[in-house]
Design a protein around this ligand. Structure first.
Ligand code: UDP
Ligand code: MG
Length: 313
């Protein structure tokens, strides 16, 4: 019998986990032709998440877990899950039931049997078509981010894509070959290629607990995505620098000619001050962009592990 691994990153999910476990075992019971492995990745939770997981592991031998020494972030948790997973098919899903496990049988059918035309997929991904229940500003900035990044990156990053995905062993092994430290999974999933089937569903609000993503954290995450999958900002700053040089050169010529023809009535220092401020600002901005890439490179070069495991089963 083939094995399906469900990877569940958990960060302070003690309220949601019992609901999740009930739901996933119900779904597993509906797929008697498969063995299951529920792999919980405790991302350094500070509440009773680990106790809940140990409790589940004690009564159900399909439950495995990995516990981090501190909070390393969801990307690290997903990587740990993918590394530890033994399944022939591997699914990643949230603990809060925003990624409905009830979709698993349908997802599985696309990987195992294929669609109506018999085409088989190496991965089945999900995207939400609405952002119902989300703050308006957050949705607005999310949309802007996806438009921007798809403009400047060759790797397609689908708007509304969730990390909820079912993958074949081949797909997982390909993902694991990408050893980068700054992981932006939404891009990595697409970068490895293969045929991916997209399923769509309406946004579902979490069953219990709170979202771990503040606006600021999401903003930083979006920078990570841009730096990881596009070098356009670098090119842009070079182009801007070049344009400013051209403008400065023309202005210089105009001033020289003006001075020679009409003499030099001193004046215009306010405009000079503005120009100075402006060009200094642009320089700092470009240096900041450069710094972003440099800092990411710095982190890659240090070659630190993405996560540290404290305990596992
Ligand atoms: N998560 C994690 N580490 C973190 C933040 C979140 O493992 O540092 C997990 C969290 O427990 C949940 C999933 O990632 O299972 C998605 O987080 P959340 O539901 O807070 O995000 P949202 O669905 O609101 O985008
Ligand atoms: Mg959630």
């Amino acid at each position: 019998m083939k094995l399906i691994t469900a990877i569940v990153p958990c960060y302070n999910e003690q309220e949601a986990l019992p609901f999740f476990y009930d739901e996933i075992t119900r779904v597993a019971a509906g797929l008697p032709d498969y063995n299951f492995e529920f792999l919980f990745v405790d991302d350094g939770s500070s509440d009773g998440t680990m106790e809940v997981i140990r409790g589940l592991a004690g009564k159900d031998e399909r439950v495995r877990y990995v516990s981090f020494s501190r909070n390393f972030g969801k990307e690290a948790a997903m990587l740990a899950g993918l590394t530890e997973a033994k399944g022939d098919f591997v699914a990643v899903m949230d603990a809060d039931l925003q990624d409905p496990p009830s979709l698993l049988p349908e997802m599985l059918s696309y990987v195992v049997e294929g669609d109506e035309t018999g085409r088989r997929y190496e991965s089945v991904a999900t995207r939400r078509v609405t952002r119902k229940g989300e703050p308006v500003i957050r949705s607005f900035f999310a949309r802007m981010f996806y438009r921007l990044i798809n403009h400047i990156s060759k790797t397609e990053i689908v708007d509304g894509a969730r990390d909820f995905r079912l993958m074949s062993r081949l797909f997982v092994d390909s993902l694991l070959k990408l050893g980068e430290y700054n992981r932006f999974s939404k891009g990595l999933f697409s970068w490895v290629g293969f045929d991916t089937k997209w399923l769509e569903y309406e946004n579902i609000e979490r069953v219990a607990g709170e979202t771990k993503w503040s606006f600021f954290r999401l903003l930083l995450y979006s920078f990570e995505g841009i730096v990881a999958f596009s070098t356009a900002p670098l090119a842009l700053s070079s182009v801007a620098g070049f344009l400013f040089c051209v403008v400065a050169f023309i202005a210089l010529a105009v001033i020289v000619v003006k001075t020679l023809v009409w003499g030099d009535p001193v004046g215009g220092w306010p405009s000079l001050a503005c120009i100075l401020l402006f060009s200094a600002g642009v320089q700092l901005l470009c240096m900041g962009i450069l710094g972003q890439y440099l800092s990411k490179t710095y982190l890659e070069v240090k070659n630190r592990p993405v996560y540290i495991i404290k305990e596992k089963k």
